[in-house]
Design a protein around this ligand. Structure first.
Ligand code: FMN
Length: 189
């Protein structure tokens, strides 16, 4: 596959089959993630993987309730609020795999979260190359970063989730998502 294909054709996928992503595939995605650039080569990223559908369903319900309780704080549009309020809405779209991409090492670099974001993009492009569908799930970030939640689910207290990404096999092709032309504010020559 040409890299340009992955860059231009990767989509955030929101409908998944029941097929689970194999452990080796997940490890390959994480290996691609850590090939990303990082500030001062500090590689300040760390990952966690959840492949238990029951756990994901129960987290989704708790995230949904947390988002609805704080919808003003999270600046959600009425449309998004209505979608989340829909009973049975799964913030993980019934995907079987959730990969948390985050950082534990804020002391190493002030740009640790940027490192994690670069890793996330690598992971999603590598997934596309392997016919694995993904979608970043920003909705889950505030809940996952609550100290009590991190303790409950076994994440270190100094871990900061930057971007959770679901992964699985898509049910149907995704339509293109049009981009606005890039705003180039300045070009000095
Ligand atoms: C930081 C971030 C958070 C996102 N959070 C969500 C989310 O919680 N739920 C969701 O369905 N999509 C989420 N997305 C996906 C965006 O909606 C998607 O990237 C955008 O609509 C463009 O579509 P594309 O990824 O198919 O090109 C997120 C994307 C990013 C970069």
């Amino acid at each position: 596959m040409k890299l340009a294909d992955a860059i231009y054709k990767r989509r955030s996928v929101r409908t998944y089959t029941q097929q689970q992503v194999q452990r080796e595939e997940v490890l390959a995605l994480i290996d691609a993630a850590v090939q990303a650039p990082s500030a001062m080569n500090q590689q300040a990223w760390a990952f966690a993987v959840i492949q238990d559908r029951h756990v994901l369903m129960s987290w989704s319900e708790r995230i949904r309730r947390d988002l609805l309780a704080h919808s003003d704080h999270f600046k959600m549009s009425d449309e998004v609020k209505a979608m989340i309020a829909e009973p049975g809405f799964c913030v993980f779209y019934d995907a079987g795999t959730l990969i948390l991409i985050g950082t534990r090492f804020p002391e190493r670099t002030q740009l640790a979260e940027v490192d994690a974001s670069c890793a996330a993009q690598n992971l999603m492009l590598a997934a596309y190359d392997r016919d694995i569908a993904t979608c970043p799930i920003g909705f889950a970030v505030p809940w996952l970063n609550q100290p009590s939640v991190k303790m409950e689910i076994g994440l270190p207290s100094d871990y900061r989730v930057v971007l959770p990404v679901i992964a699985g096999y898509q049910r149907a092709p995704q339509p293109p998502v049009v981009r606005r032309p890039a705003e180039i504010l300045m070009w000095q020559r």
